[in-house]
Design a binder for this molecule. Sequence first.
Ligand code: ZN
Length: 421
Amino acid sequence: MRRGTNLLAVGGFNQAVILDQIRRSPQGLSRVEIAESTGLSAQTISNVSRRLLDSGIIREGEKQNVGPGKPRTLLHLDPTGMYAIGVHLDPTVVTYVLLDLAGNVIADHRAAPPTGPQVTGGAPAVATPEQVIAAMAEQIEAILDRSAVPRDRVLGVGIAAPGPVDAARGMVLNPPLLDGWMRVPLREALAGATGLPVLLEKDVTAAAVAEIWTTDDRSRLRDNFAFFYYGTGIGMGLALDREVLRGASDNAGDIGHILVASSGPICSCGRRGCIGELVVPHYLVDLAVEAKLMPVPFEPLGPGAIDVLFSTLSAAASSGSPDAVTIVETAARHIAAAVVTITNLLDIDQVVFGGPFWKRIAPVALPLITELVNGDPALISPHVIHINDSTIGDDVAAIGAGCLVLDHSLSPRASALLISE
Ligand SMILES: [Zn+2]
């Protein structure tokens, strides 16, 4: 069970059950139908729907004639009734989204993390966590101002951060790619700076939440799936029976040390051949420089330069340049090997690929991964493994963080009884 959240549920358990039914029926639902599907009494449904109507979370729609008797009024979710903010903290870019109650993106914004004071003649210093958090609070205010959303209609802020995290305490522990972020109490700090309730989730888990929240169609998203997150680093979000898997410390999905080769750069764990080193954008860019696909840089590559050079490499691979194709295909082979291990372990039948760097290599990597995974003699599952791109796009982790706020506030769950006041 998730503990330590300061996020309020919209109402009690019955209210969440009723709202969940209405939310899942875009065509509208009558009070009689809600009574039939929930088993709640007519009086309870009448009371709760009155409260939801008064608070603007649902609205009455058209009347439905069903045989003799009074026509039934259909109840609809009012997407403008409440909002949630999602933030994705990535080492190179912070993404902000404002979601309405239906999970639609109303506004979005991307900003590079601020840089610290510049030393004369040197590169700008990395900003401290405090500076990044202050900038986050400013951007959240700006996005609310621009979209003219009343503050009292904002349920809260969800933050997706690179792991490892201590979700119970709302802390970012020591992500390998975020310098200076050692046990930072991000949730409390941002709640203090914005005055809004805040939730923290590992970014790959947030991405899986986004898939579940935005896709009801089982033919597009299966109940047991993994989300392969391809960003500055890599990770996997896991979902079993449509519930995300968080694990004992909310850090499930760290695949970085799965060995997929017998050589490669030395990993932080001291071994060679870890997938977390072999397939990430900065390593592929290093290989491209070695292969003389691009000029040797004068200084160590920063995040911005890696982003640009990775685009160059991906474009070369997509247009069939042999060395570039080899680099991307080799990464795809490593990814396929890890995917087979994970699908065998969990018996999942779908892997969704996404994250800020994924789209660029997808044209070359996705067909190859599909072929390799399903043709691998080590694959145990008797079923096909469906492999596809996320339809959500680059903002998937930020959207997932926002969906998490909606999920905590709207979904009927036993823990909602403990956190509602
Ligand atoms: Zn390792």
